[in-house]
Write a protein that binds this ligand. Structure first.
Ligand SMILES: Cc1cc2nc3c(=O)[nH]c(=O)nc-3n(C[C@H](O)[C@H](O)[C@H](O)COP(=O)(O)OP(=O)(O)OC[C@H]3O[C@@H](n4cnc5c(N)ncnc54)[C@H](O)[C@@H]3O)c2cc1C
Length: 288
């Protein structure tokens, strides 16, 4: 089966040897549990870059790594509209501080780029590369009116913020159903929840999985796969539709729960075994 047609986009206009310095225009906390666990919405002046919603940008933290070399590029999804679209604002990122404690030694390791970004102040200059990515893109404008299932965990919500703005605020002819399935641990971690709750379109369906606050029918933690089970009857017309596209973004490992739940749903609708594997041409995954 052929994949859907995506727009032609610029990639790697800015590279390590030719970076873009982007000023921080705004930074605000979206969620904060403690000093090691917060998520920020960061607005950058990067209109010089021709990026599209769904792509990522690279961030090069200042300084050198433990080997004395410049730090590697870390990617962050664009959490806003394409830079050259009418109505587009500045480049927005949604960044989670990534700190880990080695359970054996108790040593705390601070994620280099995420701490740099989360600690950046208004006026600081961030070194960017990119844009990156040709796959995680909505179809070409003439073919955009399709059913969508957007599945996110954590900061994987970032690209869907731009997608939803594009479909519901900048594509007047858009009529197809959009399902947003968002998985986090607690209600407080539902990034951009107020904004998504503002979409009152009848074709928008917003379902939340709170793994620490909801239980699945077996009494276990409730994940995005459980949303697919619970809302299967509503989702099947989109998932089982050859024009429907499933976008998934977030924590590595989420694919298994999602593919299992979709396979169960498909089987219950007589679509056979391993359905998920048969629709790879209309499933787009970005996990990290
Ligand atoms: C396509 C793509 C899009 C992405 N989009 C986003 C996004 O929108 N938002 C977002 O927040 N992230 C996103 N990421 C993840 C992001 O690129 C970084 O991987 C993440 O922020 C961690 O980078 P860091 O430099 O802070 O951590 P690093 O310094 O790379 O460290 C990674 C992790 O390892 C731990 N660690 C480091 N050294 C050790 C050690 N010796 N022992 C044990 N643990 C150690 C750190 O604490 C940290 O948790 C994306 C990734 C990809 C590939």
């Amino acid at each position: 089966m052929e994949e859907f047609a995506r727009p032609t986009v610029e990639v790697n206009t800015y590279k390590k040897a030719n970076t873009l310095k982007a000023k921080v225009l705004e930074t605000k906390i979206l969620y904060r549990e403690n000093d090691d666990n917060d998520v920020r919405h960061i607005v950058l002046d990067a209109q010089a870059m021709n990026y599209v919603d769904g792509q990522s940008v690279g961030v090069i933290p200042p300084g050198l790594n433990e080997k004395g070399n410049p730090h590697a590029v870390r990617l962050y999804s664009v959490a806003s509209l394409a830079s050259r679209m009418p109505g587009s604002e500045n480049l927005m990122l949604c960044v989670k501080r990534s700190n880990a404690v080695d359970p054996a030694s108790g040593v705390k390791y601070l994620g280099v780029a995420s701490n740099y970004l989360c600690d950046a102040k208004v006026g600081d200059e961030i070194t960017l590369t990119g844009p990156a990515g040709r796959k995680f893109l909505l179809p070409v404008a003439g073919d955009i009116d399709r059913p969508y299932v957007f599945i996110a965990t954590g900061t994987g919500i970032a690209p869907f913020r731009g997608f939803l703005q594009r479909l519901f605020k900048h594509t007047p002819e858009f009529k197809s159903p959009v399902f947003l399935l968002f998985g986090v641990k607690t209600q407080a971690e539902l990034l951009y929840n107020d904004e998504f709750s503002e979409y009152k379109q009848a074709n928008f369906h917003y379902f939340k999985a709170l793994s620490r606050e909801m239980k699945n029918p077996s009494g276990g933690r409730y994940y995005v796969g459980d949303l697919i089970r619970e809302h299967g009857e509503k989702l099947w017309p989109a998932i089982g539709n050859e024009r429907g596209i499933i976008f998934m973004c977030g924590l590595k490992g989420m694919e298994e729960g999602v593919s299992n739940a979709i396979n169960e749903l498909a089987k219950a609708h007589g679509a056979g075994d391993n359905y998920y594997q048969s629709i790879e041409h209309r499933v787009v995954e970005e996990v990290y």
